[in-house]
Design a protein around this ligand. Structure first.
Ligand code: GLU
Length: 579
């Protein structure tokens, strides 16, 4: 077979020499040990936790070794491409502070560009042409239907599916048959002519999994599709070679393709990068564990964390906890140190499925947010609200002083102990809502309707905004006493029968009336922040509502009483005794 002529027929025209690519994309000249890593997402618009997981590992390994992290967009599959996906990837990773040195839309050194695989078609084709010339690649004219039938037959015979060995029909086409097909204009793909035998197994050093055994590949995989665009496998080999990647950290779903990649690198005469296959993120689902799923688990998508307003550092801390087994202890000892000062290592990454637990992340988030100052929290919440908040929530930030006071109180700043009530921006905004909007709903009051109205009445009469916390509380105690509640907790506990309740129940009336909630930070301070007018209006509104309800409640019994008196005046027996 004249392979040279075939290559010319399949990929006509002059291509730059292979050597010229080596010169165009020279070795990077970084110091020894500096790693070049990359993130190579497909622009599907769905950027997920697995991407972040790999991104953090790649970023740490690159930068801690004085190397480079770049962003390559693997857009060979047009069907999966979504507009705006690259922006989405970049925004998502920027949120988590993943810094790329170069790559698609990054703006760094462009020596190794283009960064979009679709723009690299010429390089791929030059090398495919070379493989055809060498007799290591051939055209395949099999149709979808034929391939489906083949797969079905193999499945029926319980054989490995795919295009290999005796099933690789087009591998053995004669020169004549090939040219006839081409003359007839039959569409074709280019396949690798595999020389491997899966019976032969080799030891392979995976940077994460350690020593593993990898069989040789025997699949004649497609390297160039009928539209002239390569498959992931081929583009990966070319790009990681010419972008001078030293270490590929990627998801373990690619482990099964490793034999193909090894053969491709060998066929192309390229030195291989090192590989580390990182484990999948699992979720506890009842008694079993399963992979996080796009359909079932919203927390798989990175968009989820931004919409909910997770604090990026908290997510990063949790990811590092999952990524490196010694991180948690290091962090406990160095809570103030920059995360980047942790010595990350691929060999300490988990070898099998890692359990991702949202509750654990929430705990870390509470801790991380409780380290912020009121100003930092202000900025964090405002940034979130500007992007995801409602109009009302955006408005909370108009009065900076009020917001800072609110946050100082709610975070327990300056108190005995920092509070840890905030998990995410959206949850924090919900938590502080009552400072900025009147309650729409009220939690259950323990006190009776009459007592509620009466306590509020007393409060409104005696309330002075200028009162300090003690004076304010003394008045609440007074209201308690006047309504048959114990003014001191001690008294109530000693003799609960003698009271309707304690001062705590009375304070609760005012707390719920003011905030809608039975549990809040210090009520006196809340009232100070809200201001006298607002406090009075909130309490008066509810007092009016309860008074009305109370009258409505007592009316039926008044009616009943009148009816009884009427019966008595007529000399009739009381209603219950009238048999
Ligand atoms: N485009 C592949 C993906 O999104 C990248 C795999 C790799 O990192 O090599 O899964």
């Amino acid at each position: 077979m004249n392979y040279k002529a075939l290559a010319e027929r399949l990929l006509p025209g002059e291509y730059p020499s292979l050597q010229s690519y080596e010169e165009k994309y020279p070795p990077r000249g970084l110091p020894k040990g500096a790693e070049v890593t990359r993130l190579a997402p497909s622009p599907t618009g769905f950027i997920h936790l697995g991407n972040l997981f790999a991104a953090i590992a790649n970023e740490r390994i690159a930068h801690q070794s004085g190397g480079i992290l770049y962003l390559r967009i693997e857009d060979t599959d047009l069907k999966r491409k979504v507009d705006g996906a690259v922006e989405a990837v970049k925004n998502a990773l920027r949120y988590f502070d993943i810094k790329f040195d170069e790559g698609a839309e990054i703006g760094g050194d462009d020596t190794y560009a283009p960064w979009y695989q679709r723009q690299r078609a010429e390089i791929y084709r030059a090398f495919v042409k070379h493989l055809i010339e060498e007799g290591r690649a051939y055209p395949c004219f099999c149709t979808e239907e034929e391939l489906t039938a083949l797969r079905e037959e193999q499945t029926k015979n319980k054989e490995i599916t795919g295009y290999y060995g005796k099933y690789a029909k087009c591998r053995n086409l004669s020169e004549e048959e090939i040219y006839r097909n081409l003359d007839e204009g039959k569409p074709f793909v280019i396949r690798l002519k595999s020389l491997g035998n899966p019976e032969n197994k080799h030891k392979f050093r995976d940077e994460i999994k350690g020593d593993i055994t990898v069989p040789e590949n025997d699949q004649d995989v497609v390297i160039l599709k009928s539209d002239g665009i390569p498959t992931y496998h081929f583009a990966h080999a070319i790009d990681d070679h010419f972008m001078r990647t030293t270490l590929v950290i990627r998801g373990e779903e690619w482990l099964a393709s490793l034999p193909i990649h090894i053969e491709l690198f060998d066929a192309l005469g390229f030195e291989r990068p090192r590989y580390g296959h990182n484990c999948s993120l699992m979720k506890q689902d009842g008694a079993s564990r399963r992979k996080l799923s796009k359909r079932k688990d919203p927390e798989l998508s990175l968009e989820f964390y931004r919409k909910e307003g997770y604090f990026a550092r908290a997510v990063k801390v949790y990811m590092l906890t999952l990524l490196n087994s010694n991180f948690e202890e290091w962090y406990r000892k160095n809570p103030e140190a920059p995360l980047d000062s942790f010595q990350f290592s691929a060999s300490k990454m988990s070898k099998s499925g890692t359990l991702f637990d949202l509750d654990k992340l929430n705990d870390i988030s509470k801790d991380e947010l409780s380290k912020l100052s009121a100003e930092e929290m202000f900025d964090f919440l405002k940034t979130w609200a500007d992007e995801y908040g409602s109009e009302a929530q955006k408005g909370y930030f108009a009065d900076r002083e009020k917001m800072l006071k609110t946050l100082t109180l709610c975070m327990g700043i300056g108190g005995k102990k920092r509070r840890k009530d905030f998990t995410t921006a959206s949850q924090a905004m919900e938590f502080i809502k009552f400072f900025f909007e009147r309650p729409e709903t009220y939690e259950e009051f323990r006190a009776e309707l009459y007592d509620r109205a009466s306590v509020m009445d007393h409060f409104l009469e005696s309330y002075r905004y200028e009162d300090d916390a003690q004076t304010w509380f003394a008045k609440i105690k007074q209201a308690a006493e006047l309504n048959g509640y114990a003014a001191e907790m001690k008294e109530y506990k000693a003799n609960p029968e003698a009271y309707k309740g304690s001062v705590a129940d009375v304070a609760e009336i005012l707390r719920i009336a003011t905030t809608g909630r039975a549990n809040t930070p210090d009520l006196w301070t809340i009232m100070q922040i809200l201001g006298e007018k607002e406090v009075r209006e909130r309490i008066a509104t509810l007092m009016w509502k309860f008074s009305q309800e109370w009258y409505r409640e007592i009316e039926p019994s008044a009616e009943e009483m009148a009816r009884e008196l009427y019966r008595e005046s007529l000399g009739l027996p009381p209603k219950g005794e009238n048999k």
